[in-house]
Design a protein around this ligand. Sequence first.
Ligand SMILES: [Zn+2]
Length: 527
Amino acid sequence: MIHLLAPGDQQATANLVASALARSCGQDLLRPSGYAELRDAAAPGSAWVLIDPRPEWTAAIARLLQARHKLLVFGHISPPLAELLQMHCEPLSPAFQAAAACAPAPSFASSESAARVVYSPQAVQRIAGHAPAMAERALRRYDFTDEWNNLGFGAIASDDSPWALAQLAQLQPEHQLASVEANGQTLSAYAGLWTGATSSLLWFNRCAGPIDSQEWRLVEDFLSCHRPDELPCWPVLAEVPRGFDAAVSMRLDCDEDIESARALWKTYQEQQVPFSLALHSKVLADPAQHRLPREVLAAGGALLSHTATHAPDWGGSYAAAFEEGRTSADTIREATGTSVRYAVSPFHQTPVYARLGLADAGYSGCIGGIIRNDFDFLMARAGVPPGSATGFIGHSQQCMLHGDCMLADGDPLRIFKQAFDMACAGGAFFGYLDHPFSERYQYGWTDEAQRIAAHVDLIAHMRRRGRVLFANEQQCMDFLLDRAQTRVQAEPEGFRITPPATPRTPWAIQLRYRGQSLPVPAGGLLS
Ligand SMILES: [Zn+2]
């Protein structure tokens, strides 16, 4: 059982963390718990995820650490808990706030905050014997204005939100996994690990924990593979299907034109990489734009909806989002004969009402995720978003391959290659996007030849990873939906793993458990 406990004023944060945990461990192992359950906890062998634990809960936490448990603590450390963990904590300082700020990115360059999280690779080995998926990260960074972080993760803020650094903290060196550093100085601890004879405690200095970056892999490894011979473990559902070293999907968001993507499509055919088009259905008013979507479909590609009017925030209301979803699906069906099942958010803006409107209009999921807005939609793993019902998933694909993001210094594709490598190290299904040229705009590309060369270079980099699954976006989302609907249930003899009875793709779910990568066992019982 994985208990999740947060005080009454942090229930919204608890919902974020619950969504992230369910995306990794399934919906069934998670138990929202109250303080009385923590205080009276008798049976060993549980995980407790605690957000901002109240000072009054410290005695119960100390008792938990004396039994066979795993504890995850996210956020603020109260004075009595700080004493127990031999920590020293202070509020955020103006110097920290200045170091956490980040200017918008200029063209052909990135912009990063001075403050960075730096992991100690050696210390991180103590979790599960792996190096960290992200050895280092800026608290905030941009590759396109102040909107896109092509490395895919969300910001560690400096306000009083759950996304902020919770406090400036100092740990005993033997407990520290990661620190916040700026301008050659250490400002705070960011993550720590306490291992006792009977228990382990992993802490992140952020109320939401690392749910929106590949640092999340540390949480997955802690639950699934940390001290497997001594402490309880829970299986994690891998996002990359079994038998592959990496998984990738791409799409072009057709805001203003579709046919102009033909040259790039030809390249993808030569590369034998599936191609997907997210259609702003207004563009289909011109029948000349119907040809390429039909040809892409016939050649094994996929179509998605990219709204009816490309309105910011899906039109600003549930009703508008529902209409955007419904009418764009109707128009795409009339023009191409196919029914789209997944959508891509314009500007990656995906507020809660838009997810609900899309689900009600018949969609099974949406692609978005961006550092600028709708932070709860940006997550390390795909799955049911906070506030949505099962049957509708979100997938973060914050990696925009544009000409104006080609770096002027060094390898122009350095950030994109790093984004893919980071996704692989974290175990994420990687997605990226570009846009077809229009009469008005070329997204910073000099010409089609430069664009094609960049795409080919990135594909070559990805292939070097080994056995890479290149999937079209519908296959990608179908697999992630199957994964989100795979049940993991605790039974006396082990864990019962039940993928959907009729899988939507031929690819098999892989599990990570007790230091191993495993298939779903025959008969379903993992023991
Ligand atoms: Zn768009």
